[in-house]
Design a protein around this ligand. Sequence first.
Ligand code: SF4
Length: 174
Amino acid sequence: MFNDFLRGAALKLLYPMLMLVSAFMKDRKEPFQRMIINISNALVRKRKYGVRKILLLLPHCLQIDDCQIRLTHNIHNCKRCGRCGIKDLIGIAEEYKLDLFVATGGTLARKIVKEARPGAIIAVACERDLSSGLVDTYPMPVLGIPNERPFGPCVNTRVDLEKVKEAIGFFAGV
Ligand code: SF4
């Protein structure tokens, strides 16, 4: 309980203060966001869970940019060609029986969370979307995994699948 209180303080008080400071120190914005994600993750991990309904929320930019298939309304439209990580993430979601969605922004992500009513969320995104998403979904337990951006922001991003599996195991209590 106290950990949830601390998480709330970090997300609702520390985060806006750091974002205010970063308005004057632009190069500190992403490190501050990463710090908030790390604090929140660490506090979520202080508790044990045995969640049955886990939502895995992915950013649209994990899909390779020349794939024409629309995944936003149904990620299972993916033809599983293997040119991007979506194929493996669908496989993981099937194996662990997770709800899996691609969100194109904060508004859609909030709608998905409201409708799916999960017990816990694993969210993959850039530091900016993750940190603001953590604030929006508090007090829901969320583990945030920053995506990898070898081609720069918002295009052909990746995620470490082992980190996703570890987070699933953590929430499932296995
Ligand atoms: S795995 Fe293939 S079909 Fe599925 S989203 Fe990626 S590129 Fe498109």
